[in-house]
Design a protein around this ligand. Structure first.
Ligand SMILES: [Zn+2]
Length: 381
C-alpha cells in the first residue's frame, strides 16, 4: 500500500511540473487560473472583455473599421472613420479571469445588438406599399437595400431589409466625393389657339444640364445619414423642352354621347363598306350615327359655316371650316339652323337629325376633312 501511494505522489508531482512548464512556455495564452498582465477592453465605460494582447485588439478593431472603408467608392477622399462608441483598453495586473482568444474577440467585435428585420415580398407589394407599412420613404428603403434602385422590380418571395441590423460597434465614416450630376430641364408650354386641346406637339426636346458637385457624406454602418454640398459648378445649363399645346375646344364623346349628336349609336364606320342602299362596295367618307329623327346636331368646334344647303346623296348638309385646313360636314339633316358665313361656337346647335338624301333611316353622317382629305372622325371625337 505504501509503495502504491508513493507512485501516485510521484505522478502528481510530475504532472504539476509539466503543467507549470507548459504554462511558462505558453505564457498568458493558456488563459484561466493564470495570474498575469491582461488588457481590459471597455465599451462606453463598461467592461467588454479581457485579452492578453493590446496590439491584437487594436488590430482587430482597425480591421473591422476597414471592412466598412473598403465598401466606399474608390474616388472618395476619406476624412474620418471612427467608432460611435468609446473604446478604452486598460492594462490589468495579476488578472486571473477569462481571457478572450483572438477568435472570440473577433466575434465580439463583429456581433450585433439586434439583427436586421427583413420583409418577405407578397403578391401586389411594391416599394411604396412596403414603405407605408414600415413608415419608411422609398429613399430610406433604397438606402437599406443597396442592390435596389427606384426602377427595380420586386417579386413575391424577395426579402427586403426594412430595419438595418444594429451592430455592437457603429462605424461612422465621413468622406468627400466629386460627382457629375444631371440637372433636370424644364418644359416650356406654348399655347396655340390654332390647335385642339387634345393636340400636343413637341417642338424641341429638352436636354439635361450637367453639374459638378462636391459632397461631404457621412455614413453610419454604410448607411448615408448626412450629405452636405461643399461646392457646385455648372458645366452646362439645361435646355428646356418646348411643347406646343392646343387651346381650341371641341365637343367630346362619351358613351352614347358623340358630342355632335347625343343618344346615338354608331351604325357605320369610316372606310370601305358595302353601301346599304346601292349594295356596291364603296368608300365611306365619314361615320353614321343613328339617332331619333329631330335630335339636335352640334358643331364639332368653333368655326365658320361654309355650306348649308341640299346636296345630292347628302341631303341637307352643313359644312363648317375650323381653320388650319380642317372642315367638318353633317349630312342627311332634317333641319338646318345656320347660314353660310355664320360664325358658330363649339357645341352650338346647328341642325337636326333626319333621313334626307340617300339614307335608310334617321342618322347623322359626319365627316372630318384635313386639307381636303377624309380622316376617320372617331380619331377626332
Ligand atoms: Zn354615312
Amino acid at each position: 500500500m505504501k509503495h502504491r501511494r508513493n507512485v501516485i505522489l510521484l505522478f502528481t508531482a510530475v504532472f504539476l511540473i509539466t503543467v507549470s512548464a507548459l504554462s511558462l512556455h505558453l505564457g498568458p495564452r493558456l488563459g484561466k487560473a493564470q495570474h498575469t498582465t491582461a488588457y481590459r477592453v471597455l465599451l462606453d465605460g463598461k467592461t467588454w472583455f479581457y485579452i492578453h494582447d493590446r496590439a491584437l485588439v487594436e488590430e482587430l478593431l482597425e480591421e473591422y473599421k476597414n471592412e466598412y472603408l473598403s465598401k466606399i467608392d474608390g474616388d472618395a477622399a476619406i476624412k474620418s472613420a471612427r467608432f460611435k462608441q468609446k473604446i478604452d483598453i486598460v492594462e490589468v495586473n495579476n488578472y486571473s479571469g477569462k481571457l478572450y482568444s483572438e477568435r472570440e474577440a473577433w466575434e465580439e467585435i463583429h456581433s450585433c445588438e439586434e439583427e436586421a428585420t427583413r420583409f418577405e415580398v407578397r403578391e401586389g407589394d411594391n416599394l411604396w406599399t412596403i414603405g407605408r407599412d414600415y413608415n419608411l420613404t422609398v429613399d430610406e428603403i433604397l438606402a437599406l437595400n443597396p442592390g435596389l434602385n427606384e426602377d427595380s422590380v420586386i417579386y413575391p418571395g424577395d426579402r427586403i431589409t426594412v430595419k438595418a441590423e444594429n451592430p455592437r460597434l457603429d462605424v461612422v465614416v465621413v468622406y468627400e466625393i466629386t460627382v457629375v450630376e444631371d440637372v433636370p430641364y424644364d418644359t416650356v408650354i406654348i399655347y396655340d389657339s390654332a390647335m385642339y386641346e387634345s393636340q400636343r406637339l413637341v417642338e424641341s426636346q429638352g436636354v439635361p444640364g450637367k453639374e459638378k458637385k462636391r459632397y461631404e457624406i457621412t455614413l453610419e454602418n454604410n448607411i448615408e445619414i448626412d450629405r452636405k454640398t461643399l461646392e457646385s459648378t455648372v458645366i452646362s445649363e439645361p435646355v428646356p423642352a418646348k411643347v406646343r399645346v392646343g387651346t381650341k375646344k371641341t365637343v367630346s364623346r362619351s358613351g352614347s354621347n358623340f358630342g355632335i349628336v347625343r343618344g346615338g349609336r354608331l351604325t357605320s364606320n369610316f372606310g370601305t363598306r358595302v353601301h346599304p342602299v346601292t349594295g356596291k362596295s364603296k368608300f365611306h367618307k365619314g361615320i353614321d350615327v343613328a339617332a331619333p329623327h329631330g335630335s339636335p346636331v352640334y358643331a364639332y368646334s368653333s368655326g365658320t359655316v361654309i355650306y348649308s344647303g341640299y346636296m345630292s346623296g347628302y341631303g341637307n348638309l352643313i359644312a363648317i371650316s375650323h381653320g388650319n385646313g380642317m372642315v367638318t360636314r353633317y349630312g342627311h339633316l332634317s333641319a338646318r339652323y345656320v347660314k353660310v358665313g355664320q360664325k358658330v361656337s363649339t357645341g352650338q346647335k346647328i341642325g337636326a337629325v333626319g333621313s334626307t338624301g340617300v339614307s335608310t333611316g334617321p342618322h347623322l353622317h359626319f365627316e372630318v376633312l384635313i386639307n381636303g382629305s377624309f380622316k376617320n372622325p372617331l380619331k377626332y371625337l
